[in-house]
Design a protein around this ligand. Structure first.
Ligand code: ADP
Length: 490
């Protein structure tokens, strides 16, 4: 049976999945790799761990489906993480600095007078989260690297480029706009790395990968690795891949990934929308045309359920939260603002802290579970309101994925609080499916319609609430949020 492979290169591990034409998972393999925390707030990966686990998983899947049956490969990856390596030896000059790493806060402070320029050109706020200051940190801190850069020996890549370069036997050094647009030095208007920004961050142009389309023939894998040469025909950042898998090229469709955090994204077509407290990014570039998106990230999503489980120890498994929440008729006035690490989109208040309000003598763990799940849904509405208000999105429906999207109570509550239908797909591996989808469309395995048909909906949740109930609940949530803000910092 013919298949398309997705290499899903995540933050905690790498997964390879083979998909059939009907969208079924034919084979898969996953390997975790170590997280390296050299100091508080610093996060690194060993680039060889990323590479070796990818190759292991790839070999597992190839031996199960047969290399001859693989039509093409799509790559999707953790975004913003940077690797610099020596192109003669293939050896990294330093560990990969991971998107979560906060070590470049001081560099960002130093450059803060340029933040408007940066936002205008890249669509992003100046923050350690993105790649540029991490590249700058490596250039400033690895001894002897400057002369090697001058000699032209050093290459930079996000994880997609690092893996592509290795899988093609060092022949292809490339990336594409959904990854490049997260580097903080890529101009999303001109679709090129921007000289003024490169100067600002002190990044020599010679380090940079070529920016190709998200869907095109990047090159073939080396047959010493995969047994035969296999074309790599798509690369997409993880959130963009999930959007693609959810049919997110349709306007008004918002996808939300309910994982540790919440990642909402919606396409704005060929137009760059006003983004306000959200981020502008590139969803993908195919057929000469860049497709833009607006993205909102909430720091604490499913992880507030994890906190009930591991921190408070009032539930045994995350799934228990569903039964507890459903055992109450309503939240009985209890609201939980999970600002456990401050608030992200759309509030951006690092000094906000978590708060539970409305507790009475009758409050039980059921109320905590319910308030936490409701908070995930309210935070989702906060981002969608910003998308509608500032970015002018005509919101149609929400398509969901991620671990906590399995929670039926949460999904029903989400439909009620948004007053919209929610589609939950059969397949939870949407990130991998998106990369396979674009790869398969480019390699002729699917046409776009056939790929859409392969996306199967498991369940649709429809709203049941009256408008006044909805506004009452939401206004009380907003009130709670305002009370949680501006707290820490003394
Ligand atoms: P990530 O990819 O960010 O690691 P996942 O998509 O695996 O996250 O989702 C895991 C998160 O979702 C955890 O924080 C977990 O507590 C939460 N979660 C998982 N299952 C459920 C559930 N049934 N109800 C509520 N939360 C859940």
């Amino acid at each position: 049976m013919k298949v398309v492979l997705a290499l899903d290169l995540g933050t905690t591990g790498n997964r390879v999945i083979a998909f059939s034409k009907s969208g079924e998972v034919i084979a898969k393999s996953y390997y975790e790799f170590p997280q390296i925390y050299p100091r508080p707030g610093w996060v690194e990966h060993d680039p060889f761990d990323i590479l070796n686990t990818t190759i292991e998983a790839l070999k597992d899947v190839l031996s199960s489906v047969g290399a001859d049956n693989v039509v093409s490969i799509g790559i999707t990856n953790q975004r913003e993480t940077v690797v610099l390596w020596d192109k003669r030896t293939g050896k990294p000059v330093y560990n990969a600095i991971v998107w979560q790493c906060r070590r470049t806060r001081e560099i960002c402070d130093r450059l803060s007078s340029h933040s408007t320029l940066i936002k205008t050109k890249t669509g992003l706020p100046l923050d350690p989260y993105f790649s540029a200051t991490k590249i700058q940190w490596i250039i400033e801190n690895v001894s002897g690297i400057k002369s090697r850069i001058d000699k032209g020996d050093i290459l930079f890549g996000t994880v997609d480029s690092w893996i592509l370069w290795n899988l093609t036997g060092g022949r292809v050094h490339a990336t594409e706009p959904s990854n490049a647009s997260r580097t903080l030095c890529y101009n999303i208007h001109t679709l090129t790395f921007d000289d003024e920004l490169l100067d600002l961050f002190g990044i020599p142009r010679g380090l940079l990968p070529e920016v190709r389309e998200s869907g095109e023939h990047f090159g073939n894998t080396d047959k010493t690795i995969t047994g035969r040469e296999i074309p790599v025909t798509a690369i997409l950042g993880d959130q963009q891949a999930a959007l693609f898998a959810q049919g997110g090229w349709e306007r008004g469709v918002v996808k939300n990934t309910y994982g540790t955090g919440l990642f909402l994204m919606t396409s704005t077509g060929t137009k760059i929308a006003e983004s306000g407290n959200l981020i502008n990014t590139i969803a993908w570039q195919v057929g000469g045309e860049a497709n833009y998106a607006v993205e909102g990230s909430v720091f604490i999503g499913g992880s507030c359920i994890q906190w009930l489980r591991e921190g408070l120890q009032i539930i045994k498994s995350s799934a228990d939260s569903e039964k507890l929440a459903e055992s109450l008729e309503s939240n009985e006035g209890v609201y939980f603002v999970p600002a456990l690490v401050g608030l992200g989109a759309p509030y951006w208040d690092p000094s906000a802290r978590g708060m539970i309000i409305g507790i009475t003598r009758g409050t039980r763990r059921e109320h905590f579970a319910r308030a936490a799940l409701e908070a995930i849904a309210y935070q989702t509405r906060d981002v969608i309101e910003e998308m509608e208000g500032t970015a002018g999105i005509k919101f149609k429906n929400l398509r969901v994925d991620g671990g906590a999207a399995e929670n039926d109570f949460l999904m029903q509550f989400q439909a009620d609080i948004l007053n919209t239908t929610i589609e939950r797909p059969h397949l939870i591996e949407t990130t991998a499916f998106g990369a396979a989808g674009l790869s398969g469309i480019i390699s002729g395995f699917w046409d776009r319609n056939k790929f859409s048909e392969a996306r199967k909906i498991e369940r649709i949740f429809t709203p049941n609430w009256k408008d006044d109930k909805r506004s009452l609940h939401y206004s009380r949530w907003k009130n709670a949020v305002s009370r949680s803000m501006n707290w820490a910092g003394e």
